[in-house]
Design a protein around this ligand. Sequence first.
Ligand code: SAH
Ligand code: SF4
Length: 342
Amino acid sequence: MKNIYDYTLEELEEYFISIGEKKFKATQIFEWLYKKRINSFDLMSNIKIDTINKLKEDFKLDDIEIIAKREGKDVIKFLFNLSDNNKVEAVLMLHDYGNSLCVSTQVGCNMGCTFCESGRLKKVRNLETHEMVLQILKIEKELKIRISHVVLMGIGEPFDNYDNVIRFIKIINSGKGIDIGARHITVSTSGIVPKIEQFIKDGNQVNLAVSLHAPNNEIRNKIMKINKAYDIEELMSMIKRYINETNRRVTFEYIMLKDVNDSIECAIELANLLKGINCYVNLIPYNETSHIEYKQSSKEQIMKFYDTLKKNNINVTIRREFGGNVDAACGQLRANYEEGLQ
Ligand code: SAH
Ligand code: SF4
């Protein structure tokens, strides 16, 4: 049985038409679920009893729960238990411009980046759309807050779960749904080139971030398995197409790994690679994990790298470090939980 939070407004309209009802019922249901935040069919007082009974037969409601929470300064990390007892996490970051939630899209990840906890744990399965939607709803309810920004940068590769992710984006972006503006939603990919192409064709308005992490194939091959399937040349040419066709800027994420990709030569090579491309680079201080031996680059090295990019006219920012003390890097809370360190 499907979950009601899996349905976009259009899909719910089709459902109502298919059972011989008027399609505006879909809007009413969306209002109960996403505006009034009612998660019981019985409480939907403007829906007639026959329809409520039919809905109860056809749909499940929510079924994920918060089982652990860790609080740091300006960051709260949540661990969810799914209906089949798999676990995923979401990280809430409290910025001065609003509350940003980093959601997970899969249980584990098959991309196998060597520095990443989620990759170490391998993919168990894709998340269903409702399991992403409910990460937002549950946290908003728990903390009595509103989330203004969503980044798809938790556990998993969003473009390896493309259809469910796009449905999720439609639901949270819909004015009748959670109503988070497209410019406030960012999807991050490790670079699955055909899916970026699909993303262009589908005309999505949300922001795209690409995990680049290296200025050349030699280094990228060592740390990101996906580079062997889609190398930097293929990736960059698809990104240029994205920028041309959408007129939008791309963010490149670049994790700073000590003595791996953080030299000045790397910075110069990166600047050359990105010259003339409408983008900015987000340098991410690596969040060290107990299972993987990479080290975070020193503050001085990160600053030198930053200065080199700046001097070469690349827009660059250094990501504020969130939640090192709450295992905020993707996959860490789950990994520790599963080893009983919680
Ligand atoms: N799979 C997608 C989105 C999830 S990962 C992707 O790779 O883009 C989101 C970001 O977190 C990626 O840029 C990833 O490289 C980064 N990341 C993974 N492990 C990290 C760690 N230990 N410290 C800092 N960033 C990390
Ligand atoms: Fe997967 Fe992203 Fe981690 Fe790579 S960095 S293993 S793509 S979650």
